[in-house]
Design a protein around this ligand. Structure first.
Ligand SMILES: *Cc1c(COP(=O)(O)O)cnc(C)c1O
Length: 377
């Protein structure tokens, strides 16, 4: 008996037909074979090269097998208590998800219906745009202005069907940020008409005095939603845990779209310990600062344009195609993010890795752009 033909033409929504799946990178062993390199430095995902905070390590190392048989807390109870205490908010103002990626979907599902749209920048973290589009909602994208979110353009893009505005602060990949005044001006002009999401995935890396703390602004702006993650500064990317915070009223709505049990037990307990390890933040900031101070002079010597702002990454413009550069760097065991997909053709984004990885990157980059100076760093 031959299998029946599935009428995909009728079954699949138009917006899914036109959407292309994101293809993640292959595992290290496969990539090493493919590119013929025997070690691989991953500088593509903005992971913390120092690894998880000391306070969280015993939890990860001593997770006991019987615990795997038991469902986790369905609403990350203890972690939300700790978040409430840390930020002086009600624990019910937090929703924890399977990475901040999952909470993006919670918010879009909670507020958008057919015909609605979201507004964000064209060159930012692409997941806001992707989730909106594969859920059937338009993403209205405004160009960056001097590598930063353009408040005027975003306000102009709002129409009657706009439900959510997404701002990445500081922005991945450009590292630019809105200061307190820029952010509060924007919030005042939105005047509660839409939900404003501030994605603070990299806020723990920022040392600037005028950087706004979204958590503080929640009291003043009940339409504000703040995203944070344990993947970047807290180095728990492999455990998948992030969260959002908002007013009780807004979070009560968003909670209706949460998938219960999506955050595993180990992630919850490791995050609980990581949250108050301030030493880890200091060590990581020092490392990032030192490595940036080594790599930026090299970029200057090589005459390369770059964007180095807040966060654990830099963006570099190359005199060649970024996809070609990706392949060439891979043969030298360096994985970077090519930026054509972020609408920055010829640019690459490089995460600040270990000192060893950054030295290897410096060497490979120097060879790539073809100068004779072999020992610039
Ligand atoms: C990495 C990242 C996230 C999401 O991280 P999760 O691992 O899903 O928690 C969200 N926003 C930005 C801007 C990021 O760079």
């Amino acid at each position: 008996m031959s299998p029946v033909a599935i009428p995909l033409e009728d079954l699949v929504p138009e917006y899914i037909k036109h959407f292309t799946a994101y293809i993640p990178s292959k595992p290290d062993d496969e990539l090493k074979k493919l590119y013929g390199c025997d070690q691989l430095y991953r500088l593509n995902n903005n992971e913390n090269p120092l690894g998880p905070p000391a306070a969280a390590r015993p939890i990860i190392e001593h997770f006991l097998a019987p615990g795997a048989a038991i469902y986790p807390s369905g609403d990350a109870y203890h972690l939300r208590q700790a978040l409430g205490k840390k930020f002086g908010l009600d624990p019910d103002q937090f929703l924890v998800g399977n990475g901040a990626n999952e909470v993006i979907a919670f918010v879009i599902k909670a507020f958008c219906q057919e015909g609605d749209n979201i507004v964000t920048a064209d060159k930012t973290f692409a997941v806001y745009e992707w989730i909106a589009e594969f859920s059937g909602f338009a993403a209205r994208l405004t160009p960056l202005l001097d590598f930063a979110f353009d408040a005027e353009a975003m306000l102009d893009a709002i129409d009657k069907r706009t439900k959510i505005l997404f701002i990445c602060n500081p922005n991945n990949p450009t590292g630019t940020y809105w200061n307190r005044e820029q952010l509060t001006n924007f919030m005042d002009r939105v005047d509660g008409r839409q939900i404003v999401v501030i994605d603070e995935a990299y806020c723990e890396f920022v040392e600037k005095e005028d950087f706004p703390d979204g958590m503080e602004l929640l009291r003043r702006y009940p339409n504000l939603v703040v995203f944070r993650t344990f993947s970047k500064m807290y180095a728990l990317a492999g455990l998948r845990i992030g969260y959002l915070a908002g007013s009780l009223e807004i979070v009560d709505i968003i909670r209706r779209t949460c998938v219960v049990y999506s955050v595993n037990t180990l992630a919850q307990s490791a995050a609980l310990k990581a949250l108050n390890d301030d030493q880890h933040i200091i060590r990581t900031r020092n490392h990032i600062r030192q490595e940036k101070a080594r790599i930026l002079p090299l970029l200057n010597k090589l005459g390369l344009e770059y964007q180095s702002g807040e966060g654990c990454f830099i963006m570099i413009k190359l005199p060649m195609s970024d996809t070609l550069a990706y392949r060439k760097l891979m043969t030298k065991g360096i994985m970077i993010r090519s930026m054509t997909g972020f609408r920055f053709p010829n640019w690459i984004r490089v995460s600040i890795g270990t000192t060893e990885a950054m030295t290897a990157f410096a060497q490979a980059l120097t060879e790539l752009v073809g100068t004779d100076n072999k020992h610039l760093i």
